[in-house]
Design a protein around this ligand. Sequence first.
Ligand code: XUL
Length: 613
Amino acid sequence: MSHTYSDSKELYLGFDLSTQQLKIIVTNESLQVVKLYSVELDHFKDVYHVHKGVVSDETTGEIVSPVAMWLDAIDYVFAEMKADSFPFELVKGISGSAQQHGSVYWSQRASELLASLKPSTLLSEQLVDAFSYPMSPNWQDHSTGHELELFEQVAGGADELAKITGSRAHYRFTGLQIRKIATRKDPKIYASTSRISLVSSFVTSVLLGKIVNIEEADGCGMNLYNLNTNDYNDELLSLAAGVHPKVDKCSEEVTQAGIAELRRKLGPINPITYKADGVISSYFTEKYGFNSNCKIYSFTGDNLATIISLPLNPNDILVSLGTSTTVLLITKNYNPSSQYHLFKHPTIPEHYMGMICYCNGSLARERIRDAINDKYGVPDKKSWDKFNELLDGSKSFNNKLGVYFPLGEIVPNASAQFKRCLLNNNDQIIDASESNWTVDDDASSIVESQTLSCRLRTGPMLANSGDSESSTPTPLENHLHDIYKRTYEKFGDLYTDGKKQNYNSLTARPNNIFYVGGASNNTSIIRKMGSILGANNKNYKVEIPNACALGGAFKASWSLFCENKSELVDFNEYLNGKFNFNELEPFDVENSWEDYFTGAAMLAKMEDGLKHV
Ligand code: XUL
């Protein structure tokens, strides 16, 4: 970090309150990072008895985080900054991100206590009575199986719920967690709760000294908010509140009163905005020396903050290659599915962030690498050299494809299994035998099938790159129609996660692709992926350390810029105008997108035959 405070006229803070850490990144007026402060939440383990930031109960699957621990983390990091002579008075704006789906239950006294914080003692000491429940359900929680069934049943199925809220029901989603507390954990907690915040709006509230409304993008992670009408869905609210007419057998009157009560507790959700929620509370100005004009802008969810750490445009994809693979993309299409998530975009109105989470990422590839290294007696067991040599040498598509799920998979929803298939000369998909498949084939096959799965699922979300408006098709469109027709003749209708693919979804291509995370350092893997995904524009490998915190800091400085102009400035134009993202070096890939049309169809058919959980 070559930039320092002394060069800076203005500073911005980006928080990231994740499961295990609180980080605060400091950026300057040119969006350059000048410093990073952080604390591991396990630092407070003697007080809060946490392990990796959470308290888990293996018998029930309940996973929670103590809310007071987060307050201590905020005071701790600010105290560290003070000890470091951090110039708090230069901070113009603060925003940030937090783990998604977690909820905080404020007591009836919360507002009064938040408004009267004194700098002499810690937040956690003064806010002891501010919570009706001292814990926050964590996104790793698995205790809401019963609620999960009810949410999907009431909506008329997983896909129907996804149409309304952007996602099917998930254990961790806030609406289910609220119902669990209201109906089975302890109805008294629910009754005595004055307001419910998400973790993101909780941090914003603490900094402001008043409870603020939930931010719209993060609010899409509750299974309660209707993304089509931009309002809560009353039937889902009644279920979360435990007053559903059928499930809870409540009268119309009780149901309506219960819906109104939960609406009050959650507060309204306002559309995405650059406008500040207010200025920092006197607790922070007096204790740490913040300027009383320091603006607080709504925090968002961590995945949402990640996409705003780069100037990602509609149809751009970010592929995060960690233990699991996560694909984030920006789209104007609201094309929900039970197999992925759609959230409102946190800074671009009328756009969405799509998110696909795969369980089997690096771990599955490492198993193949190990088998290859065993076969060739490679002394360094963790070396990728032989795997990469085989991958680089593989032809574009050799009619062989495998499915490699050492762990049960989320998309497609399937149990742990392996499968190797061939496309024979009669275009039939048959199981491969030992004689026509060796472990060498697995190197390309695993990268191909992981990437094709992503291609099949991003296609329906991407804006239509198929037919143009004009009635006369271009030569390219004619060509694509031919390929599509040939594929249809060979394979018939193709379905992905129960939804029929069509010409547009199969021919949609991303604009730019950004690869992040551990395995993005493996050039052979990302080149292969790029050749299959077929970006219309460029492929980049990027390193964005502390992406969620950085996205938060960018949101703060963009928001202040918009406020000063009194208009919403395009977020990416703002980022590009301030920072030379063109320094990012694109890498070249072979364009084999067309050759993999058959591969995509083959995988879609193979997925039809997978064992389910
Ligand atoms: C997203 C999710 C996790 C948490 C991690 O749906 O549950 O990514 O946001 O902090």
